[in-house]
Design a protein around this ligand. Structure first.
Ligand SMILES: Nc1nc2c(ncn2[C@@H]2O[C@H](COP(=O)(O)OP(=O)(O)O)[C@@H](O)[C@H]2O)c(=O)[nH]1
Ligand SMILES: [Mg+2]
Length: 449
């Protein structure tokens, strides 16, 4: 979900965390990074501008209770919640909920998902279909409701297929239920007759909630829709669907500012349970990859201590011995995955998928690598180049592995060495394309000792 935005923002947070000092130039750079990331995620430009000036102002003017880096991270976090994380609480109580939105936005699916949500919370939901224009709409909703055992009404017993009549009869039919969810008909575009119809429905049954369903993939178009629906019936909550697999979700998230409400739920897939209550804090933390801001900052601060800088590594010399030390450190520190998650590794231009392969290498093979290195001589560890065919065989035999496996270790070492080099030497820094930043991996790994 919003992977690209997430990886850029993580990069920025990391940049702040390891900044030697936060001055105006640094702040400009941070703000520019955030602007670029948000605009790419389709957040409205005016909101991005507002956020930028607020970050600048608050970072410079607010009294510091924290150190400057922590302060700026906190400001960024809070301002992001402001534009991407406006949530709204939906009471777990008896209520009538009306669902509106354009065709294909995910209204009908969300009716069933929402019913399921209340059902899981121990309430009794029922669903009414007020889409009389497409016979298939009613079938679709009935099937979804059947799946979760939620009663469904579409006015099939009425002589007249009048929307208001159906909705009123449905509400009466489900009097004894806690939550009545009403699906309405959409249009392909904002049209006056649809707006009139949802106004009429609102007047006739006075729903407690008027939820707007927005498709996350429509990007900035979300603002126009949010405004039109809010003007018509006063939106009380927004459900953003299709947050899975879109880069443009920032448009829908920020469109909330066109209304007086917030995001209530997000849809994250086609299945009925792919639906989450929107939690602003959790959502933004996840986006920034900050399970724990404090430990991230501590790590960054320590990585800057001068005694931690290994001159050899800085010179681009990264031997098997260094790798060995590093593996030892990893063992002590616990799962590598945790550490990896704290870094904006998504921004690295490697072919390797860090999310999977890299962890695999780390978790499963590191132990074996260590055993192999235990079978190497001092010379081999410092100058891996000397490892020829016969040495390879000896190492494999000594460690109970195969020559292919030893070769793999050597390849892995070479890759790490290359990575170190490009991260620590200025000349090489550009070789691995990294979005927005350079990770102080050399220092970080040193710190793990
Ligand atoms: N991937 C994904 N697909 C969704 C989500 N919500 C709805 N859909 C799909 O979007 C399409 C349109 O949904 P539907 O509920 O019929 O939209 P409606 O026309 O507004 O009632 C269907 O194929 C749904 O399965 C979601 O959160 N993620
Ligand atoms: Mg529908």
């Amino acid at each position: 979900m919003l992977e690209k935005l997430s990886s850029s923002l993580k990069g920025t947070i990391w940049k702040i965390a390891r900044a030697k000092r936060i001055d105006k130039r640094m702040l400009d750079e941070i703000v520019r990074d955030i602007q670029r990331a948000l605009i790419q995620a389709d957040v409205k430009i005016s909101l991005v501008k507002e956020l930028s000036s607020r970050i600048r102002e608050r970072s410079l003017k607010e009294k510091l209770a924290l150190n400057p880096r922590e302060h700026v991270i906190k400001v960024v976090y809070e301002e992001l919640i402001n534009i991407l994380g406006r949530g709204v609480e939906v009471p777990l109580a008896a209520q009538k909920i009306m669902m509106v939105g354009l065709h294909g936005s995910g209204k009908t699916s969300s009716c069933a998902k929402l019913a399921r949500y209340f059902q899981k919370k121990g309430l009794k939901p029922a669903v009414i279909c007020a889409d009389v224009y497409r016979p298939a709409a009613s079938d679709q909703l009935r099937q979804l409701c059947d799946k979760i055992g939620v009663p469904f009404y579409d006015g099939a017993n009425l002589p007249d297929r009048n929307v208001i009549g159906i909705v009123k009869a449905g509400v009466k039919e489900f009097e004894k239920y806690d939550v009545e969810i009403i699906d309405t008909a959409g249009r392909h575009a904002l049209e006056e007759d649809m707006i009139e119809e949802i106004r009429d429905i609102k007047e006739s049954i006075k729903p407690d909630q008027r939820f707007l369903i927005l498709d996350a993939s429509i990007g900035q178009q979300a603002s126009v829709q949010a405004k039109a629906f809010d003007d018509a019936i006063g939106i009380t909550g927004i459900i953003i669907t299709k947050m899975d697999g879109t880069a443009k979700g920032g448009g829908a998230l920020s469109a909330v500012s066109e209304t007086n409400s917030g995001v209530a739920f997000i849809g994250t897939g086609e299945k009925i349970d792919d639906f989450e209550k929107f939690e602003p804090d959790g959502f933004i933390s996840r986006l920034l990859g900050m399970g724990d801001i404090k430990s991230l900052i501590e790590m960054a601060e320590e990585s800057l201590k001068p005694e931690d800088v290994d001159v050899d590594i800085l010179k681009g010399k990264f031997t098997l011995k260094d790798l060995y030390k590093q593996l030892e450190a990893v063992k002590k520190m616990g799962p590598m995955k945790k550490i990896m998650q704290m870094l904006p590794l998504g921004g690295l231009g490697f072919d390797i998928d860090f999310d999977d392969t890299m962890y695999q290498v780390t978790e499963d093979k590191l132990k074996k690598f260590k055993v192999m290195m235990d079978s190497m001589t001092e010379e081999e560890l410092t100058e891996p180049k000397v490892i020829d065919g016969s040495r390879l065989k000896r190492i494999a035999r000594g460690s109970g592995t195969t020559t292919a496996e030893v070769n793999e270790l050597i390849k892995y070492h070479r890759m790490m060495q290359k990575m170190m080099k490009s991260m620590t030497s200025r000349r090489g820094a550009g070789k691995i394309p990294m979005k927005g930043m350079k990770i102080p991996m050399g220092k970080m790994l040193k710190r793990m000792k």
